[in-house]
Design a binder for this molecule. Sequence first.
Ligand code: ASP
Length: 652
Amino acid sequence: MFCWLSRLYRGLSRPTRRTTQLIWGSFSRSLVLSSQRRIPELSSFVARTNTCGELRSSHLGQEVTLCGWIQYRRQNIFLVLRDFHGLVQVIIPQDESAASVKKILCEAPMESVVQVSGTVISRPPGQENPKMPTGEIEIKVKTAKLLNSCKKLPFEIKDFVKKTEALRLRYRYLDLRGVQMQYNLRLRSQMVMKMREYLCNLHGFVDIETPTLFKRTPGGAKEFVIPSREPGKFYSLPQSPQQFKQLLMVGGLDRYFQVARCYRDEGSRPDRQPEFTQIDIEMSFVEQTGIQSLTEGLLQYSWPSDRDPVVVPFPSMTFAEALASYGTDKPDTRFGMKIVDISDMFRNTEVGFLQDALSKPQGTIKAICIPEGEKYLKRKDIESIRKFAADHFNQEVLPIFLKTNNNWNSPVAKFIMEKQGLGLIRLLETQEEDVVLLTAGEHKKACSLLGKLRLECADLLEARGVALRDPALFSFLWVVDFPLFFPKEENPEELETAHHPFTAPHPSDIHHLYTEPQKVRSQHYDLVLNGSEIGGGSIRIHDAELQHYILATVLKEDVKLLSHLLQALDYGAPPHGGIAIGLDRLMCLVTGAPSIRDVIAFPKSFQGHDLMSNAPDSIPPEELKPYHIQVSWPTDSETKKSSLNHPCHPES
Ligand code: ASP
């Protein structure tokens, strides 16, 4: 009967589908009860006595005043009223004396805002609705007030009604009324609250705001610039409060944290936002293990109590190991299919491209094994895997189908000697019906390709019903011992920082810094959850001379831009380190939302636009004058080129 029950089926961003069923009323109550010992007072200071979602048989006979939105009306007798807390059934009075109340409640369009007062009564026997948390009672209304009438909406406020993301973002304030968005934002608020509690109350951290109008920071992501009234001078929006948090340590604040807004002008990327939120942390007199334990404790403490508890300490893996076994620095460790180096087995191979690869420096042969791939991967999947490898990595991939009795079926089967075959079976632990994907080439390239194919194949297997990754599992992992520098992609002769230029070198590698800096590992650590990087940090350089050397000599940066920081390091800077946890991404994984936009109240679209207000927007030339700037309008061909580079996404 109550078809308004919202059913929601949401998937994890990638790759497993996760099912969440949220029902109005039950979700907010469980949120409230699960995380706070004291039940908060939800109707203090306002024009209601109770929330719609809280009423139960224990309230029978009470006179209540409720405020909410009209969700349903049936036969001009029943009305379902909704607020953030849930739904309640209201009986529209039919007697003559209440004609004005009936008129208001029957004529108000859906989603109008009303206030009703009446008595909580029990539903007639047989009419209770066990699926509805307030299903044992209803409200016998005495008075009603139309607080605001609602025009026809662009979409119904029901989560199961399909709508494009562009429409949702354009009318975000309506989208927020849905069950899932309410749940996501409320859970986010609760987790942040617990984090504050853990950091400030249990561990003495100080919550400090840092500026948003700042100046360019060398290295790292591209920054947004803000014009100032001084000719040719601009502020930059900080990529993170990195410099400030270090300066706070120099200032003796000892333990800083902030729910910090960060800005990065990185163009359109599906899992990024130009502005995003970090739980930003810095501590003095700390080592890597201290920051790691603090982070583990923080997540354990703030974790929703209806999920499996977070188990600490988190496992740890070196960057080199992550790359070699998973082809990435953010391995999804919820499943196997690891990359195996099989170079040694093929030293005497007759297969041309394998021979060729092994003859080159850093040349390797690698493979992954897809369990039961024979059964689940179609020929066209293998074709597209090979095409992907050729198009994106300029690499060849050989599929090997393992038949009964370990017979090989592959374009190169006849060149694989029995000894090699047996070795492969042993190393890859293959079984009948598995498919082996083999590639040869430079170590990093071969690993990166197989890392991508590993995830692609996992998605394919799951799409065909194989339960590979447990959707209830949260698999945390520290990735450590990163190189301090990477060769720049556009010019491998030059180096750039792997994390940021303030990261300290690994103490045991410091001797390489002045001769072979590319060999130096760093004290940088990343936190990975289910294959997504959700945090990263480092122990910082607190020695001005070392910081100057790295900036000026290794990274060839303009040190003048950082003279304030270099000077501060010279004035008694304590050893310090920290971390930042990406709150949006963390919440996306915790809620199982398909996109980080679903855990942000007012996100930007894929192309960085606010579809609701149409920001960024143009400014008349006279308003630009005080900033001494002028728009140089792109030519037609430049406009065309840029629209080709930004294929339309949700905003089309
Ligand atoms: N500022 C760094 C970042 O935003 C985190 C850190 O090193 O603490 O990635």
